[in-house]
Design a protein around this ligand. Structure first.
Ligand code: ADP
Length: 454
């Protein structure tokens, strides 16, 4: 892909002094880039082969705590190492940082050098391989929604997260004038990502004050997840460079619209779209119908991977475009799944359930596994829903709380078969821990409600 770097070019750039720093990054359970900054000379001489990280990186939370209860690691085993193995096909410039390039790594077992089964990249690669056995390749696109704020992250943190003024004063959905005022952040974002080999399509204002959307052209599933992860990091870094905060928290204010990450998906075979059938009324192939039937039937099972925190579930509110129903519709934004590009060769399904906090590797893996099951079992697709799906009493619900999604995940025999028991147990523990931490907290809401009047 244009914009990525060959190892030979990097060596030349290091020799001529253009590049001095290599970010060597893994992806953690939360979908964050985690790693080290190498001196470029060291990287090209030795560490391009491998480096190491503490294995707690796949058993921690947003706070970097060391929760008990993981089989893979813990104090009992002394928190050993994983091998970080650079995937040199992901080597790319980081144009928003001076003299810097980046590479993504696969996390491998320290002794066997086999992929760590619960590492997000390995989980997605496994489903991509299963799909390849059926003769298909998945093309995916994840939309990134986020909020920009007037002040910097450091200022906001020091204010106890009180001074939260969005960068714009009004709903800026599709607005050109308001988004022109934000070009100090958004123009470098588009151009730097593009120069880093990430095929940016566009950015636009979204349906709330300060809310933005970044669209990246669809790519094979693993590339799509890599693009999403790097782009999310870039949004935060470039906003920070300009003295502003960017947040991917799905719901930062009870009265404001939340942020999503819709996922567009289509299957291809031999380089041709496998979802297309010109003879069908909506242009959908039989394979597409089976895939969508699986996607919809198993949505409750993989909801945790679309909504991994307590806050994620605050986004699912009626009349906000955040869907909660496991039904599909033709170009209707209130259903969990929307048919896009009906009757064209770009026909695809968009899952609208995921929040801006999803880990794209895990979300895509869950959806691919569900689609694969639909194809394998030749599952039947129900007819599309019409009208306001929020009012459709017959439509199935996805889990409405983290607690409910955790139980669905724990008891999912479908995901246990697709991902492996150890992987499902690992993420069930992550989900439990998140809830336990929340249950320990005494929230502002409780104090304001009960301090005087209880
Ligand atoms: P929307 O109106 O939902 O924003 P767009 O036309 O902007 O729809 O497309 C949204 C995303 O869908 C884009 O990122 C685009 O690259 C992606 N997309 C287009 N065609 C396909 C396809 N065949 N498979 C997967 N994603 C696709």
């Amino acid at each position: 892909m244009a914009g990525t770097l060959s190892f030979e070019t990097l060596k030349t750039q290091v020799t001529d002094g253009t590049i001095d720093t290599v970010l060597v990054c893994g992806v953690d359970m939360q979908g964050r880039l985690m790693g080290k900054r190498f001196h470029a000379v060291n990287f090209v001489e030795t560490s391009h082969a491998e480096t190491h990280c503490c294995n707690y990186l796949l058993a921690t939370d947003l706070e970097m705590a060391t929760p008990p209860g993981y089989k893979s690691t813990g104090w009992q085993s002394g928190y050993g190492d994983y091998v970080m193995q650079p995937d040199l096909s992901t080597l790319r410039p980081v144009p928003w940082l001076d003299g810097t390039v980046m590479v993504l790594c696969d996390l491998m077992d320290h002794d066997t050098h086999q992929p760590v089964p619960h590492s997000p990249r390995a989980i997605l690669k496994k489903q991509i391989a299963r799909l390849a056995e059926l003769g298909f390749e998945a093309q995916m696109a994840t939309e990134l929604e986020f909020f920009l704020f007037e002040h910097s992250l450091d200022h906001i943190r020091k204010s106890g997260f009180r001074d939260l003024t969005p960068i714009s004063g009004y709903n800026e959905d599709y607005h050109i004038f308001q988004t022109t005022k934000e070009e100090g952040i958004m123009r470098p974002l588009r151009n730097h990502l593009f120069a880093a080999g990430i095929p940016v399509e566009n950015t636009k204002g979204e349906a709330e004050a300060g809310q933005e959307e970044l669209n990246i052209r669809y790519s094979p599933a693993l590339d799509c997840a890599d693009h999403h992860t790097i782009a999310k990091n870039a949004v935060k870094e470039i906003a920070w460079q300009q003295g502003h905060a960017a947040s991917f928290l799905p719901k930062w204010h009870p009265d404001r619209v939340g942020s999503s990450s819709h996922v567009h998906q289509s299957l291809w075979a031999d380089g041709k779209p496998a979802f297309v059938d010109a003879e069908d009324a909506l242009g959908m192939s039989v394979v597409m119908k089976h895939y969508m039937a699986g996607l919809i039937a198993f949505a409750p099972d993989y909801t945790y991977f679309l909504a991994p925190y307590v806050n994620s579930y605050k986004r699912f509110a009626k009349g906000t475009f955040a869907p909660t129903k496991t039904v599909w519709s033709v170009d209707n934004r209130t259903a969990g799944f929307r048919l896009c590009g009906a009757g064209t060769k770009g026909v695809r399904v968009e899952c609208r359930i995921g929040g801006s906090d999803l880990n794209p590797y895990l979300a895509q893996a869950g959806m691919l596994a569900a689609g694969i099951k639909g194809i394998e079992d030749k599952m039947d697709l129900a007819p599309p829903t019409r009208g306001d799906v929020y009012e459709d009493a017959k439509a199935g619900d996805i889990p409405q709380t983290l607690r409910a999604a955790t139980e669905t995940l724990r008891n999912s025999s479908f995901l246990r078969a697709a991902f492996g028991d150890d992987v499902v147990d690992h993420y069930t523990r992550a989900a439990e821990w998140e809830q336990e931490e929340f249950d320990r907290a005494v929230t502002d809401w409780e104090i304001a409600r009960g301090f005087e009047r209880a």
